[in-house]
Design a protein around this ligand. Structure first.
Ligand SMILES: NC(=O)c1ccc[n+]([C@@H]2O[C@H](COP(=O)([O-])OP(=O)(O)OC[C@H]3O[C@@H](n4cnc5c(N)ncnc54)[C@H](OP(=O)(O)O)[C@@H]3O)[C@@H](O)[C@H]2O)c1
Length: 235
């Protein structure tokens, strides 16, 4: 399997979860500044803002794994700013990483996934269905990702490829810890917006991703599954 964003909070947890289940995992990240989990079958570096990144990762999957049974697209991140403020350059860069890179990646890996009758899991966000003002680019990109997943689930169904999205609410990771650096800030946000009353740990994204991304999933496709502790903007 291939996991993008495997050096980040959620991608690393997912890659480690699949390694623990005995999967051969190719871990992708932009740079080698941050580690990927022990036990992966290989690591590939590619900036998903670059048009050729999808082909680069597909070629690495062919070379390292001899094919591809599962793709988990976990690279990306929130982009701050309002619709009426952001210039084209910010939209372009943010949509490249959060949406277009996934389009290119599934296009490049589709032949491998068709051959294996594989599974695809795209990391969307609660903000795709419940956008919050001030994060315009990532809200739109993640909503696009959910539409991409649904569309692909229909286009690839006859090849036995099942495609789903996982939509985190607030899960501890590098980017989350940048935005909520203190326990106090996290507790205040959680009390206002998360019925379960806390942020999740990165390991809490793993069970649903393991299910959706493995052969154990035989009949769930075209869905977005929230992992958000019931989060809503007003509780
Ligand atoms: N954490 C949450 O609560 C939350 C909520 C909603 C959605 N999400 C989504 O979940 C996914 C994982 O987020 P995270 O919280 O785990 O973030 P994170 O800890 O900041 O990790 C981000 C990962 O994405 C990679 N990445 C970023 N830009 C890239 C690029 N241009 N090319 C290639 N790789 C790139 C990073 O690689 P490097 O280490 O090499 O930079 C890193 O592996 C993202 O799609 C995010 O939008 C997370």
């Amino acid at each position: 399997m291939l996991v993008t964003g495997a050096s980040g909070g959620l991608g690393a947890a997912i890659a480690a979860g699949f390694v623990a289940e005995g999967a051969r995992v190719l871990a992708a990240s932009r740079t080698d500044e941050y580690p990927v989990p022990d036990g992966v079958a290989g690591r590939v570096l590619a900036d998903l803002g670059a048009p050729e990144a999808g082909e680069t990762l597909a070629a690495a999957a062919r070379e390292t794994l001899g094919g591809l049974d599962t793709l988990v697209a976990a690279a990306g991140g929130a982009v701050k700013g309002r619709v009426d403020e952001l210039p084209d350059e910010v939209w372009d860069a943010g949509l490249e990483v959060n949406l277009r890179s996934a389009i290119r990646l599934v296009r490049a890996t589709a032949p491998l996934l068709r051959t294996s009758g594989g599974r695809v899991v795209l990391l969307s966000a609660l903000s795709a269905s419940e956008p919050r003002g001030g994060h315009a680019v990532s809200n739109v990109g993640k909503a696009g990702l959910a539409a991409l997943g649904k569309t692909l689930s229909r286009e690839l169904a006859t090849d036995g490829v099942l495609v789903n999205c996982v939509a985190p609410g607030r899960i501890r990771s590098r980017q989350l810890d940048r935005n909520f650096p203190s326990e106090e800030a996290r507790a205040e946000f959680a009390a206002a917006h998360i019925p379960l009353g806390r942020f999740a740990g990165p390991e809490e994204i793993v069970p649903v991703t393991l299910l959706l991304g493995s052969p154990a999933n035989t009949y769930i496709t075209g869905q977005t599954v929230g992992v958000d502790g019931g989060m809503a903007w007003g509780i």
